[in-house]
Design a protein around this ligand. Sequence first.
Ligand code: NI
Length: 169
Amino acid sequence: MLLEVLKYPHPVLKQKAEPVLVVTPEIRELAENMLETMYENDGIGLAAPQVGELKRMVVIDVTGPDAREAPMVLINPEVARIGEDVESEEGCLSVEEYRNTLIRSDRVRLKATDLDGKPVELEAEDILAVCLQHECDHLDGILFIDHLSRLKRSLYDSKVKKRLKAKNG
Ligand code: NI
């Protein structure tokens, strides 16, 4: 089932998500729906708060919606930055018609569990590392635009304001 993706400045996107204590059938279904929604929207990652669920879980597939070769469902993921700073050009399914460049780490260590409760521990680099940082930020109510310089951010916010005004008359 396709889920609605919340768009900035929806207030849920700013909230901190709660840990998942038990993987219930509902959580499995949510994971499946999140993957479908991510692929359908041409995304490579989606966090539960983006579909209105304040739960610490994300789905990722950096091979993209055409290949669909590496779907990951991560429950209670934690990332530690262990690499060098790199410039990363990002967009977000919750941030419409906008991309910009920010600084991420090119390498991370990930700890999470999978849907069977098994621990997932790995080191990731490049696009997977960046994607993990982006998605885990969502679980703490942080969007990539929160990492931009004040100037870039205020330009973006005025663009959004104009768009909302045009839409609402
Ligand atoms: Ni995002």
